[in-house]
Design a protein around this ligand. Structure first.
Ligand code: NAP
Length: 346
């Protein structure tokens, strides 16, 4: 085992709870030595981190589906890394792994923590590192279980997804097509909409920044919406509710338009549409499906390898020091595809 003594671990910690959009002052930057692992532990060198809208929620105090990141703690983040030292028989130096690494250059993961941080070997022959954070990572799992389990699409259904050019949205629409549905995306800007239709094969995409979404949904969903997969909330959710078909399923996956609100979350006005259309609206949290990720990964990897499923990632350079600014891209719509922060060259 090579010595780790010369290595420095740069980390980003939550310094205070942000009001609105996070600023650089909400973070602190620390450096620690990298110690040799204790019995049962592995040391992982971070290659890439997944930047997720949910990170904004983890910074807030209060009850949620997962405890908030504590003040002074290394910011929570999923990532991919290489094992550089191991005293755990399941992992050898050189293995490529995924885990909740945190926003830091090295993570030491003890045996007792391995399942809590979802430490798992990944196979680079199946997909690239950014794809393992996208289609074969949590966004892909969210799309798969959110659409198929909660959305219950049937062949011939019209499936509408917001955030269509983003990580979750791109896979939702393509999976809908694979399952025999019509897929209509909603995204910000003509470049994203063109990509969604021409590259990903959606039937249509509505540029919510240029068009009246309610009117455009009427044009593109003449029989109504059977499944609405919501990533954004706010006015777009209301427009989709106004166009539901009878028996529609509304999947509440996220509400990014509301995550940096200083005041109350804007709730749906048009919820009576659920009554009129005998429809239902249901929230989902991807972690509830963790025991079934292998099934989803196998199916999605098959589509990727056969070319039926495409993926787009937006890889930002700059290492952990660039994390505060890179995260903001999500809330400004500046990411084009799954946002990934590259921390080290492999
Ligand atoms: P993403 O779509 O790759 O990136 C976020 C996108 O949201 C931006 O690129 C932007 O796209 C759009 N956006 C930002 N502000 C907006 C606004 N005010 N109104 C409308 N759109 C806005 O992110 P992702 O990782 O795939 O996540 C998508 C959603 O899924 C998020 O709400 C996230 O919290 C949720 N999620 C939920 C689970 C779960 O278990 N429930 C798991 C993973 C993710 P445009 O340029 O098109 O506006």
């Amino acid at each position: 085992m090579s010595s780790l003594a010369s290595l420095a671990n740069h980390q980003v910690r939550l310094a205070r709870r942000p009001a609105g959009l996070p600023t650089r002052d909400d973070w602190s930057f620390t450096t620690q030595d990298v110690a040799e692992p204790a019995e049962g532990a592995v040391v992982v060198r971070t290659l890439a981190l997944s930047l997720d809208p949910a990170m904004r929620g983890w910074m807030n105090e209060g009850r949620s589906y997962i405890p908030p990141v504590g003040l002074g703690e290394v910011m929570r983040a999923g990532g991919i890394g290489r094992v550089v030292a191991s005293r755990n028989a399941r992992y050898a130096p050189g293995d490529l792994v995924s885990a909740a690494i945190g926003v830091q250059e090295y993570a030491t993961i003890g045996e007792a923590d391995a399942s809590r941080v979802a430490l798992a070997k990944i196979d680079p022959r199946i997909a690239s590192v950014p794809q393992w954070l996208n289609v074969l990572g949590l966004p892909g799992m969210t799309a798969y279980f959110g659409l198929l389990e909660v959305g219950q699409p049937k062949a011939g259904d019209t499936v509408v997804v917001s955030g269509a050019a983003g990580a979750v949205g791109q896979t939702v629409g393509q999976l809908a097509r694979i399952k025999g549905c019509r897929a209509v995306g909603i995204a910000g800007g003509s470049a994203k909409c063109e990509f969604v239709v021409k590259e990903l094969g959606f039937d249509a995409c509505i540029d919510y920044k240029a068009l009246d979404v309610k009117a455009a949904l009427k044009t593109h969903c003449p029989q109504g919406i059977d499944v609405y997969f919501d990533n954004v909330g706010g006015d777009i959710l209301d427009a989709a509710l106004a166009r539901l078909a009878r028996g529609a399923r509304v999947v509440i996956c996220g509400a990014i338009s509301q995550y940096n609100n200083m005041g109350d979350v804007k709730g749906p006005k048009n919820y009576m549409s659920l009554l009129v259309n005998r429809a239902r609206m249901e929230g989902m949290v991807v972690f509830d499906y963790a025991s079934r990720y292998p099934q989803a990964i196998a199916e999605l990897a098959g589509y990727l390898q056969s070319g039926r499923l495409k993926s787009r990632e937006d890889v930002v350079a700059g290492g952990v020091a660039a994390f505060p600014e890179a995260l903001l891209k999500l809330f400004k719509g500046e990411n084009f595809g799954k946002l990934v922060l590259q921390v080290a060259e492999d």
